[in-house]
Design a protein. Structure first.
Length: 276
């Protein structure tokens, strides 16, 4: 098996089943936007912009903001394919208020994006920026992994995901380690890829075993990348949101709106209102 190091964030769109995800999450955001009379949204860490495009399809004014060149390219491809005129802008945490230029009704930061701040100071900078970008009474929505569960249980792996893609058969694996101080979650993202030609070739019972003689790797290769996430347990994010000018903080366990089950839920949704 061959190995390469990569930063191909475009594979995120292959990892996620977007049709299923948006059908599950869409009603939650529709209700929330109606409750807060949301007409404008800054989607921060927007990635491939699938949430942003969904918001725009509901008639909201939307900024899809992300620092990654690769993700922005994919976002533009998705917008063109889905015939969306969503605004796609390069920027990161600390840039939002400057980019939108006026206060918006909602800021969303989903897809485990916020933990990339890497430190408490980085988190505070991001939350201050979100507060500056929001109108008084506006709503902030965060969605990321439940770090309390990961750290308390020392979770080492997440469920592997298989996808059949035009470029090959892919297994997406995630291995977790932790900083000694307990304030960081260390991710190895590993992608195992079998070349599409193996799947597409016409094999027989007799020929199949012999294919390894021609190619000992069996057409498999491995790619990996690493990421550090700052651990934001519920008590920490609640206190930091309050200090940053937010109130009415809610922490949910899924998009049905139920309260977080601290020891069992894989991810958490945080809703907070900008103090009036």
């Amino acid at each position: 098996m061959s190995w390469t190091r990569h930063n191909d964030e475009r594979e995120y769109d292959e990892l996620v089943n977007w049709d299923a995800r948006l059908s599950r999450e869409g009603p939650f955001f529709e209700r929330l936007f109606a409750d807060y009379d949301v007409h404008s949204v800054a989607d921060v860490g927007a990635g491939s912009a699938r949430h942003s495009i969904m918001y725009r399809s509901w008639g909201r004014e939307v900024w899809a903001i992300d620092p990654s060149d690769d993700m922005l390219e994919l976002a533009r491809e998705n917008a063109a394919r889905l015939e969306s005129d969503v605004r796609i802008v390069q920027g990161g945490f600390g840039d939002v208020a400057r980019i939108v230029g006026e206060r918006v009704d909602a800021v969303t930061c989903t897809g485990n994006a916020l933990p990339h701040v890497r430190s408490l100071d980085g988190l505070r900078e991001a939350l201050a920026d979100f507060a500056a970008a929001l109108r008084p009474g506006g709503v902030l929505v965060l969605h990321y992994l439940n770090h309390h569960r990961l750290i308390a249980q020392q979770v080492r792996t997440m469920s592997p995901v298989f996808r059949q893609t035009p470029s090959g058969d892919k297994f997406f694996l995630r291995l977790l380690d932790y900083t000694a101080s307990g304030d960081g979650v260390l991710f190895d993202f590993v992608t195992l890829v079998r070349d599409a030609s193996v799947r597409e070739a016409e094999h027989t019972i007799e020929s199949w075993p012999g294919t390894l003689e021609a190619d000992p790797t069996g057409g498999w290769s491995m790619r990996s990348r690493r990421s550090l996430h700052f651990a934001m347990i519920p008590s920490l994010i609640t206190s930091e949101l309050t200090a940053a000018g937010f109130e009415k903080v809610q922490i949910l366990g899924d998009h049905s709106g139920r309260e977080l089950a601290l020891d069992t839920d894989e991810s958490m949704i945080v809703i907070a209102e900008r103090r009036r």
